[in-house]
Design a protein. Structure first.
Length: 70
């Protein structure tokens, strides 16, 4: 399956749609418990990671929001 991940081409071995949870594991995304996922321009709710599917040609962004400052 060919995807765009964080603006760059990426390929995973699966040929059929996979859940966001599976994609995070397949791509070995670090700090999965803190990542926000944008799928084709839509911010996904963490509760939907298991049922939302990623398919060939999709665009995925992994975002990390950091707090800080004074």
């Amino acid at each position: 399956m060919n995807l765009t991940v964080n603006g760059k081409p990426a390929t995973i071995g699966e040929e059929t749609a996979v859940s966001i949870t599976h994609l995070l594991e397949a791509l070995q995304v670090e700090q999965r418990e803190y990542v926000t996922v944008e799928l084709n321009g839509d911010i996904m709710d963490r509760g939907d990671f298991e049922k939302a599917t990623v398919k060939d040609g999709d665009s995925v962004e992994f975002l990390y929001f950091m707090g800080g400052g004074r």
